[in-house]
Design a protein around this ligand. Sequence first.
Ligand SMILES: [Zn+2]
Length: 154
Amino acid sequence: MSYNSNTIQAAWGKVCWVFLHHGRIDSPSLAAFVIDESMHDSPRHFAGCRLDGHEVRVASCLASLPNDVILGVLAHEAGHVEDFRSPDLYGLSGGKLHVYKASQRHRRSSHETEVVADKIAALGMGERVGYVKLDGIGWIQCLGSGVARPKTLK
Ligand SMILES: [Zn+2]
């Protein structure tokens, strides 16, 4: 089955616009955005951000999922863009997003890196990113609803 990549491009454009105009965060709109079917490498994975924060790749089959899931996944990746472009700047303190001074920067667990992406996504979008469990997919990001990221999720 093939999906309309325009749906994904438009959703990414919306996420970038909201990050810029609501969150005052411009980094997602500066990142390259590439449709790449190989990003759908497991039931749960549809997208990824390069570790330097300069490129997001998304499989077009993400378009088959509900709109709030599409936006949740893309907002999470936009959160990674902002985070990865400022290594170790963001962290968590008491479960809340904390912006460290250069002298305080610290290493994080992979779980913390994922939660930081969700927290930056909420900052950018003005809505929280939660996790919902979809049939055949499992836990996946959802804009505006869902539970906190399960600690068992890799
Ligand atoms: Zn992630």
